[in-house]
Design a protein around this ligand. Sequence first.
Ligand SMILES: Nc1nc2c(ncn2[C@@H]2O[C@H](COP(=O)(O)OP(=O)(O)O)[C@@H](O)[C@H]2O)c(=O)[nH]1
Ligand SMILES: Nc1ncnc2c1ncn2[C@@H]1O[C@H](COP(=O)(O)OP(=O)(O)O)[C@@H](O)[C@H]1O
Length: 402
Amino acid sequence: MGEAPAFFVDNLQNGFSNGFGLKSKGFETFTDVGDKTFVIGGANSDSTSSVGIQIYDKSTGKWVIPTVLGTKPKTCKGHSAILLNEDRIMISIRGSTPDDCIWFLEVDTEYVKEQKKDFGTEVVAWSKGVTGEAEKPVVISGPSGVGKGTLINMLMKEFPSMFGFSVSHTTRAPRGMEKNGVHYHFTERNVMENDIKHGKFLEFASVHGNLYGTSIEAVEAVADSGKRCILDIDVQGARSVRASYLDAVFIFICPPSMRELEERLRARGTETEDQILKRLRNAEAEIEQGESSGIFDYILYNHNLEECYENLMELLGLGGSAPIKQKPSSKVIDPPSNHSVSKINNKMVINCETKEVGNEAKNLIILDVSSLKGGAPGRTRGLNIHAIDLFSDGLNGIRELR
Ligand SMILES: Nc1nc2c(ncn2[C@@H]2O[C@H](COP(=O)(O)OP(=O)(O)O)[C@@H](O)[C@H]2O)c(=O)[nH]1
Ligand SMILES: Nc1ncnc2c1ncn2[C@@H]1O[C@H](COP(=O)(O)OP(=O)(O)O)[C@@H](O)[C@H]1O
């Protein structure tokens, strides 16, 4: 297969074909949105970091380096870019892995507009495109020792293909059996604070003297695996998630009494006396807020564990015979190095040509973007993808990818 051309140019307008003063390292695309030209790739990226972004403001004649938010695609061997709905640029990455090839750079969405106000700079935000939709995440809160972890473990054990746990970050030290990356991402405070500053967290809170937080990536990764995400977070965190973009179900677990709560905490034997007392002091305020704040959709009393678990399953639609969940296909597209993108109404057509001796095949990938959901700071979901194989003798067949 021949070498891909150095870069593709979309919407290139007068005066930009040369003399735009950009030091090129190749692989740039140029996309006009109003008075601005978004230059993606090349000059602003070094070979190890992510794809760079620069903006040329035609009204001032100046270049601007924007604040870039969201999880970015890795450096790639080239990409194609096309403007979508005047507020985001769809990027297809050449020679990428199947689940990593469609990305959106949001340049004027509501989220970006809000962030521009906060940062006082130009802002763009990356969002990875994925097929299918995610089920509503489940937020579980309750005082320390009430049984949240126990209930979540039971659920995950019984329905391993249905639920996935959002692995939080924390600055607290691991307990004996806890594994980094499984129970928590155990993190240094300064690292976590820096990531919070850069918008990587859905929520965070100081709980019992330590910093805890849910990264956007933690929740999205569970949804990507086709599972329903479960978050075990405190009441402050639940309040933040309520106020965020994430549409979730909120459940508060209540102990039968403070005395019983204390007994459970002591019997668990994972905290020092000081830590137990601190948790018990915090528990009173948490229970008060859990019962009255309006954050929670449901309150479950964990008196008898089996009964509480039954009730939890009922709430999650798993009462009686649980539905068999089919894992959605994670198949996405895999455009080859030399592809081009064009737009027809709500459909993006990715044209992938393969030229082999005696066989010239044309493969069109159609991306229906009419039902997109979500977006930065999380994933852009709801991509609908079809592939059409056209051979030299005409239409050969249509493959449904999902
Ligand atoms: N806001 C927030 N709270 C969290 C997060 N992860 C855990 N927590 C809460 O932090 C508190 C302490 O958790 P942990 O140290 O595991 O102790 P435990 O609740 O006694 O098992 C609990 O109320 C958790 O729900 C998070 O990502 N965000
Ligand atoms: N309904 C219950 N009755 C008695 N003990 C319970 C019950 N639910 C949980 N426990 C126990 O209480 C302790 C605290 O539960 P855990 O799940 O660690 O709480 P949390 O995650 O809310 O801090 C554990 O030892 C657990 O086995």
